[in-house]
Write a new protein. Structure first.
Length: 255
């Protein structure tokens, strides 16, 4: 597959979509994170899981090295999908990417409406993020820094063949997110919901609540039991909350 469609793994609902939910994975992650979500969402929601270069179907492509390039390319790939309202969900690094895509979709050069809702998970706001440099650390230090946040089950980095495959992608993603800076980030029109695990060592409550400064719309924080990867064991509760919010969206089917 080539063209804009390569960016998304598509999970269509049972009926024509009223809204499209675009989901952005974490650093080192991939679209598979969201494979169980579609059956839990309303029938009129189409789920698009973002496929970053360098992994799975795109393993032969180089990873994107900067936030600007990644957000620009995803925004461009979404252009044909804007015939329905878009809702963006991003976890960890994906939250920052989702925010930057939202900035572009609301920008003066955007061809179409901005997102109807922005849902961000497991990341503090960009203007209060503390700098780190794990992407320059030795392999063992990088892996230890990541695994201290929690896991999605199992330890892929303990398997030599998988470690060799996954580490370059993880390092590239950390380079991207650790070199990303927004000291004066734009304020969005879209409402924002922020999710977090209540035992996530990678976020602070004040850092999460700082997202409220980046929206002119409604702002909500919702926490779930768990660490940085709470969204795996709490998938049913999280998707139920998302489904309820999508069902309440005041969006109309285009003519």
């Amino acid at each position: 597959m080539t063209g804009p469609g390569i960016w998304f793994r598509r999970y269509p609902g049972a009926v024509a979509p009223r809204v499209r939910l675009v989901c952005f994975p974490h650093a080192g992650g991939n679209a598979q994170l969201f494979h169980g979500w579609a059956p839990r969402l309303p029938a009129d929601v189409e789920l698009l899981a973002v496929r970053y270069p360098g992994r799975q179907e795109r393993i032969g492509e180089p990873c994107v090295e900067t936030m600007d390039e990644l957000a620009d390319r995803i925004s461009e790939a979404l252009a044909p999908r804007r015939d329905r309202p878009l809702v963006l969900f991003g976890h960890s690094m994906g939250a920052a990417v989702a925010y930057e895509v939202a900035v572009r979709l609301e920008g003066p050069a955007a061809d179409g409406p901005g997102p109807a809702l922005l849902m961000l998970s497991g990341r503090v706001a960009p203007h209060v993020t503390r700098p780190t440099a794990l992407h320059r650390a030795a392999d063992d230090v990088l892996v230890a820094g990541v695994t201290r946040l929690g896991t999605l089950g199992g330890d892929a980095y303990a398997v030599p063949e998988l470690r060799e495959l996954l580490l370059p992608v993880l390092r590239a993603d950390y380079r991207l997110i650790e070199t990303y800076e927004r000291r004066r980030p734009p304020v969005l029109r879209a409402p924002v919901v922020v999710y977090l695990g209540d035992r996530d060592p990678g976020v602070t409550r004040p850092g999460v609540e700082a997202w409220s400064e980046l929206t002119g719309g409604d702002f909500t924080v919702r926490s779930f039991p768990g660490d940085h990867f709470y969204l795996a064991p709490r998938e049913a509760e999280l998707t139920a909350d998302i489904a309820e919010r999508l069902a309440r969206l005041p969006v109309a089917r285009p003519a």
